[in-house]
Design a binder for this molecule. Structure first.
Ligand code: ATP
Length: 467
């Protein structure tokens, strides 16, 4: 008998994500569309909960940060000013045999060579050394016939506007490669229209687009993705202090939502952009990707962004400090996280398989605040109208406060299995006794313990448990 091939951690997550309606490959009925994904019902709920957890800590709980939702399309000069048109690119190499494309810096990383943000000359010298040793190979077919590295722009062009405009280089419109561009452009309107005074931040969550050379790590690296970014505007004299504070704030956020401190670490960028004074990434130890990978960047960016936009737009973006009488261009400290990367991180952390009565139970041990469904409500049997009616009544009450699901498919065992796989913290079963004693069985996802709770007490019971 052929031995069943054991799935890798990534294959298990991808399979669960599809089977249980978290993530689908885009355009599957047309054969798929590389590096783009759609989020199903549970995926959307989980992603929104992660986004809301970020927003709560970054905006709602603070008095120094305001929100923004800027457009994906911006004036083309935005990306000239920011330097993206000239230098937002990655080093690409191609296999001459099978035409596979690879990121040269990622290939070098496999040999312990850090080529992050290094010039092409450096990269090609290092690639040549590997070539001479016969170690430079195509990651797809193993051929040693691999090209030199060249720069590949990550900017995604659009033909928005009239066809004649789109033909002129001057008028090319791009889909934003990062959300912070919109924040810089709305800095002045925000200062003029809200109560904020320096230091303060603007936060936004939204789509970004990058023409990634290689994007085959599920939702970790895609060509369309969402970022959650916060730009903190300040006087340069407090940059160091605020930078350290923000590192701590962001670190604590991961711990708050159940990531173990052993599973995250700081990666310090050695090679900084010329305007930056410090750059660290938060890296998470992905079981599904075989080690630590970046989920968030925290960067001290100096006054580069506002100076450039001032210069290119001709609009004065300086700030006048009424207390000190000083006028200056604010410096910027940014925190930038990928929503899909955090989504994968939480799935990676939560995905658990455990022995249960000789069976293997798959359960997503998500933080309860992040779980897509908080409470699932079942009638013990589908064909008993009085049980169904009572379960529906409970669903109608609880749904006003919590994301709930009514489920009467299959037997209770199957329903528990399904709810475990989507990470539902609590299941409520209405049985015949419920009709007599006005109580139901509540089952806990993690302990699988069951307890009887009065129906009338359910709203307060869950309000307490799901805090
Ligand atoms: P990488 O080195 O992995 O390409 P980056 O350093 O270019 O990432 P930033 O430009 O700092 O990333 O973007 C901030 C955050 O946005 C990253 O930490 C990551 O979480 C997310 N991100 C960047 N590119 C992608 C992508 N292609 N798909 C999903 N998330 C992304």
């Amino acid at each position: 008998m052929a031995e069943e091939k054991k799935q890798t951690a990534m294959e298990e997550i991808v399979s669960l994500a599809k089977r249980r309606g978290f993530v689908f490959p885009s355009s599957e009925i047309y054969g798929g569309f590389a590096a783009i994904y759609d989020y199903g019902h549970y995926g959307t709920l989980l992603k929104n909960n992660i986004r809301d957890a970020w927003w709560k800590h970054m905006v709602q709980y603070r008095d120094d940060i305001v929100g923004l939702d800027s457009a994906i399309f911006m004036h083309p000069t935005t990306w000239k000013a920011s330097g993206h048109i000239d230098s937002f690119d990655d080093p690409q190499i191609d296999c001459k045999k099978c035409n596979a494309r690879m990121r040269a810096d990622h290939v070098l990383e496999l040999f312990g060579i850090n080529a992050d943000k290094q010039p092409l000359d450096f990269i090609n010298i290092e690639l040549d050394k590997l070539r001479e040793l016969g170690k430079l190979k195509c990651q797809n077919c193993g051929s040693t016939d691999v090209t030199e590295a060249k720069r590949f722009s990550l900017m995604v062009k659009s033909n928005l506007g009239s066809p004649t405009d789109a033909l002129s280089e001057e008028n090319v419109v791009y889909l934003r490669p990062e959300t912070c561009g919109g924040i810089y452009l709305e800095y002045k309107n925000t200062v003029d229209s809200t109560r904020v005074k320096l230091p303060f931040g603007i936060a936004q969550v939204g789509k970004a687009f990058r023409n990634e050379i290689v994007a085959r790590q599920f939702v970790f690296r895609t060509r369309e993705f969402e970022q959650m970014e916060m730009q903190y505007f300040l006087h340069p004299s407090i940059m160091k202090e605020k930078y350290d504070d923000w590192k701590q704030v962001r670190w604590n956020w991961y711990l708050e939502y159940g990531i173990a401190k052993e599973d995250i670490r700081w990666y310090e960028h050695e090679k900084l952009a010329h305007y930056a004074s410090e750059a660290y990434d938060v890296e998470y130890n992905f079981k599904s990707l075989g080690g630590f990978k970046e989920v968030e960047g925290i960067h001290a960016r100096g006054d580069w962004d506002l100076s450039q936009h001032s210069k290119f737009s001709g609009v004065d973006l300086s700030y006048f400090d009424e207390k000190t009488g000083e006028r200056f261009i604010p410096h910027i400290m940014e925190t930038s996280a990928g929503l899909a990367r955090l989504f994968l991180m939480f799935l990676d952390k939560a995905y658990t398989q455990e022995e249960n009565d000789g069976d293997v139970r798959t359960v997503l041990k998500l933080d309860k605040r992040l779980a897509p469904i908080k409470v699932a409500i079942f009638p013990l049997m589908k064909n008993k109208p009085e049980l169904v009616a009572k379960a529906k009544e409970i669903f109608d009450t609880l749904k006003m406060d919590f994301m709930c699901e009514f489920d009467d498919n299959g037997n209770v065992g199957k329903r528990y299995r399904r709810q475990d796989e989507i990470g539902t913290p609590y299941c409520v079963t209405v049985d015949f006794d419920s009709l007599e004693d006005g109580a139901v069985t509540v089952r806990d996802r993690d302990t699988m313990q069951q307890e009887r709770v009065k129906i009338a007490d359910l709203p307060t019971f869950f309000a307490e448990k799901l805090k």
